[in-house]
Design a binder for this molecule. Sequence first.
Ligand code: HEM
Length: 443
Amino acid sequence: MNLPPGPRAPAAWQTVAWMTRPGAFLRSVHRRFGDPVTIRTYWTDGPMVLFSAPDAVREVFRLDPAIAPAGQSWEFLRPFAGPHSILLLDGEEHLRERRLMQTPFHGERMRAFTPMVAELARRELSTWSGRVTALERMRELTLEIVLRVVFGARGEQEATQLRGAVEDTLDGVRSMPRMLAMALVQRDLGPRSPWGRFRVAVERFDALLIDLVARRQAEQQDDLGRAPSDEAGSRGGDRPEGDSMLALLLEQRDEDGNPPTDRHLRDQLVALLVGGHDSSAASLAWAFERLARHPFVQARLRERDPAYLDAVVKEVLRVRPALTIAPRRLLEPVRIAGRPLPAGAHVAACLWLALRREDLWPEASAFRPERWLEGPPPNPLSWIPFGGGVRRCAGAPFAEMEMREVLRAAGDLALRPVRPDAERARRSMLVLTPHRGAEVLVG
Ligand code: HEM
């Protein structure tokens, strides 16, 4: 294949670098080969060409999904994600699913979730003192947010059951090598084998989710069956209208007016869990890792200026993006940035490189929220932590709101790093996390 240049090291070596030192690897290939660059890892079944210049990134995001599907890149997740998953679909089916799933993320509906997120964040941050590993705590918090806000779990019993089942299942998918090995083998060698354990965990999780969906459906029927005069005060005590994303998803109707099936709702909930849990936890962990090393930024956050808070969120997502690439697989030859690329290759908008190019971001590696408040606004095609085009992160407004609420709740804490050196990035499943888990001293 005639592809742009890239490292000649064996795929095994490039895979190890991609997994263990992703930041250093991307920086080094960009420095040596420029843009675009071709890398070879076991992550994809063919070479992958990375683009980071805004015009090329735009072309990647505009590729016709019939020629360059994105769903195939998530194929290894199928046993967990399910056949209706937005993550796996492409073309018309994907767009239809996306329209349905975006209901909870619009304006007022999304804003209605803010108080619950703020309360969960306040509760978590109020327990911080001494030495804290922010990544662990943010994984717990963002899971709690998914359970309460997305799934609409109520009471301790419902939440505890779901929490246990999610953790068992994610244990199976968090390790990429294990997931790839399981996807290759997919043979049940007994309940103690990795695949067997994973299958049992998914079955248990599915049973709980389907049960939850049935309970919420029954409650909604109940509410509909009540006389309008009963409405006030009779909605299940503390249960406000549209109190969870699941409640809103239950209202979806397809073109023929049919509601979604239980399995379909289950796949939507799992897509929101997979999309929203680890990526938000990693981004928040990076926020604490950066803040602990920037007391001046902490001091300005304490002034509680909403514009500055927003700038901090944007700058964390820029300087430490949780996802490195938005990949597409070429089914036919295409031309990007004037370069012919053959079918079989993978192409990706490299979020990590685009967000750190010196020609687009002065002092690109510096954590400087002020850049968002001074000077001209950046080119939207260079700030792409949520990807772009028809696959842009469906939960982006929610993710930014979640980060703002957590950082607002952390406003009065004094944070210091456990060690002065910045933590480097390592890969955990699909996201980049601080290699020590963002260790901070509080107080
Ligand atoms: C800071 C946190 C987050 C980051 C950095 C992030 C980033 C991304 C990226 C880069 C993509 C792929 C875009 C592409 O291929 O072009 C994506 C997809 C997606 N994200 Fe997020 N995300 C975050 C939080 C969330 C949250 C909180 C949710 C839901 C509650 C969510 C749901 C999704 C879904 C459903 C998709 C698939 C969209 C599709 O295929 O059409 N994400 N996200």
